[in-house]
Design a protein. Structure first.
Length: 256
């Protein structure tokens, strides 16, 4: 039964965080949802590996680092239905409006994207592409770890300290469902993966914690302004943490 529950949680994580096809699974409860969020970083590793292979393939064909980075980031957008990017844009518009929590949440729920959202998308995607071009041959390892770090930020946002800002949506489904020991276990697993991938302690010590720290600032700001988390907040955390982790990796590798 335990293995079956974790299996259902895995398929739920894949369905929530990607467009990859999944088999039908049992109805979702809070325990399954929480386990799905714990497994999120593993989904991030899978997505990051695919994008990294695209990057490496583009470089093998003789394309420049910027073009290869664009193709890799575009692949991630396709694999996630661009939902995380949409969440980043919506959160930027909501927070940028400087409205009260109910009004900001209403702005975030609209289908259009305002100027704050556009700027946030350009800046975040541009930073990811630029950092990837600097990481160069290390992208095969750096990108999966960075994407997993983005999903680990989501894992921590689903711990009991943070409640949902709305009574419906993804935030209400996963808010408070991840126990802190489970989040710590997920963090430790990613640390081991990063250690094996990079074989370089300075990168591990800088990139993953910096990605999580930047995401924590965004999370704290969103919770203070909105009263809790939403699906848009989680998507924004994934994108921002990925960008920050890639940037830290680029700085570290360049300095080595």
């Amino acid at each position: 039964m335990i293995l079956r529950n974790w299996g259902n949680a895995w398929w739920l994580a894949v369905s929530l965080l990607s467009v990859l096809p999944v088999p039908r699974h049992s109805p979702v409860d809070s325990r399954i949802a929480g386990r799905a969020m714990v497994l999120g970083p593993l989904v991030g590793v899978l997505l990051g590996v695919v994008a990294a292979l695209v990057f490496q393939g583009a470089r093998w064909l003789g394309l420049g680092g910027t073009t290869a980075g664009l193709l890799a980031v575009g692949t991630l957008a396709l694999l996630t239905r661009a939902l995380h990017l949409d969440g980043l844009a919506d959160l930027a518009d909501g927070l940028g409006s400087r409205k009260s929590a109910p009004e900001a949440l209403a702005i975030m729920k609209r289908s259009d994207i305002g100027p704050f959202g556009v700027v946030a998308l350009i800046f975040c995607v541009g930073l990811q592409v630029s950092a990837l071009s600097q990481v160069g041959p290390h992208a095969l390892w750096a990108l999966p770890v960075a994407v997993a770090t983005g999903r680990l930020a989501v894992t921590w946002a689903c711990t009991p300290r943070f409640r949902a800002a709305r009574e419906e949506g993804l935030g209400s489904l996963v808010a408070g469902t991840v126990r802190v020991p489970e989040a710590l276990a997920s963090t430790g697993t990613l640390a081991i993966v990063a250690m094996i991938a990079f074989r370089d302690v300075p990168v591990l010590v800088s990139a993953v914690p910096i990605g999580l720290a930047v995401a924590w600032v965004i999370l704290a700001t969103a919770v203070r302004r909105l009263g809790g988390i939403t699906g848009d907040v989680l998507g924004a955390l994934a994108e921002v943490a990925t960008a920050a982790c890639l940037l830290a990796s680029a700085v570290t590798f360049t300095g080595l």
